[in-house]
Design a protein around this ligand. Structure first.
Ligand code: ZN
Length: 352
């Protein structure tokens, strides 16, 4: 990729021009799927580069850049939850959890942790004090920072309170409000921008995304998530899902479950969450956020659904979202969720 996304040009100039060298901790925050992690990596790479270009981006040619690209730079350290390392082959891309889950994951042994643990933060000591080039800058990237559990956050706070010299911490957070206030206050905070619709659309078209507008709407205007919608049959699977649940009076939950249960379960729950969000939103405000193409269907469904039941079901999906990370039986879980949906939308279907 380019060193940063088109919508990040201004903020790159600001940060790379002045801020970084005056602080020992940066907090890059903003919506998921807008390229924060890539931005942070590019920033780190440029700070370590030995032949920085006139635009202050990494040259891509020097030994430092080569090490960085191979994931082997001795002065760069990435802390990310185990689960993200596994699902992304090490890089931890922001959108990776949506499309590359191994269908067999969960079959063998312990599930990888979704949290950043205290052991991971403690391991920094070796990096800070004993490894790398002692005199050069060291960069520590923590992503997503809100994944630190309590103990890990407190351990990091100690390091931020007495920052080692020549070390830059870059924290990346989708939900910075979940971080300890004391951590936030010790960081220079920068909100990365969300691209406007035209910029995002142009960029998606350049990436070869076929249904740019639809993908963008589904992703809630986060372009990197929109790209994930375009990957590996993801779009067609999602389209099939929406087609089916658009017909709650007749679709077959068993056969839909059979088609879906090997996909990433939390993702399917989020499909249903977005769908129900649109039903609720259309009922209360007449507005649709994600499924702009399905207005006629949504209008029809909302006309007959019981809004109270729908609201309860929608709220319960939040719990389903949490449970979907550790289901005892993915198939059963999905089937139950779809049956509940049918019961809400068409109570008479299972009345007898
Ligand atoms: Zn370089």
């Amino acid at each position: 990729m380019a060193e940063f996304y088109p919508w990040q040009y201004t903020v790159w100039q600001q940060i790379r021009g002045t801020v970084v060298l005056k602080t020992h901790a940066l907090l890059l925050k903003g919506r998921k799927g807008i390229g924060k992690l890539d931005f942070a990596r590019s920033l780190a790479k440029s700070l370590l580069c030995k032949q920085i270009t006139a635009e202050r981006v990494a040259c891509g040619m020097c030994a430092s850049c080569k090490w960085f690209e191979q994931g082997a730079h001795p002065n760069f350290y990435l802390i990310t939850p185990e689960a993200l390392i596994e699902s992304s082959g090490g890089a931890g891309s922001e959108s990776s959890t949506t499309d590359k889950q191994d269908a067999d994951s969960g079959k063998s042994g312990k599930k990888p942790s979704q949290h950043i643990t205290i052991e991971q933060v403690r391991a920094l000591n070796d990096f800070v004090y004993f490894s790398g080039h002692q005199d050069g800058l060291k960069v520590i990237l923590i992503h997503p920072a809100e994944a630190m559990n309590g103990a890990a956050a407190n351990a990091l706070l100690k390091k931020l309170e007495e920052p080692p010299s020549n070390v830059l911490f870059i924290l990346v957070a989708h939900h910075s409000q979940d971080l300890l206030p004391t951590i936030r206050s010790r960081c220079q905070q920068i909100t990365l921008p969300i691209p406007d619709a035209a910029t995002a659309r142009n960029w998606l078209v350049q990436q070869g995304v076929e249904h740019a507008d639809i993908c963008l709407a589904l992703a809630g205007a986060s372009p990197l998530q929109a790209v994930a919608f375009n990957h590996d049959d993801y779009f067609s699977q999602h389209a099939d899902f929406i087609r089916q649940i658009s017909l709650p009076a007749s679709f077959d939950p068993i056969s839909l479950t059979n088609r879906l249960h090997k996909l990433d379960l939390p993702e399917i729950v989020s499909w249903l969450q977005k769908w129900c969000y649109d039903l609720m939103s259309f009922y209360t405000t007449g507005k649709i956020r994600y499924h702009v193409q399905q207005e006629t269907t949504i209008r029809k469904l909302v006309a007959t659904a019981d809004p109270k039941l729908l609201a309860i079901f929608w709220r319960n999906l939040i719990t389903s979202q949490q449970l979907s990370r550790h289901p005892l039986n993915a198939k059963l879980f999905l089937e139950e969720m779809l049956l509940s949906y049918i019961r809400v939308m068409v109570p008479e279907r299972y009345a007898d």
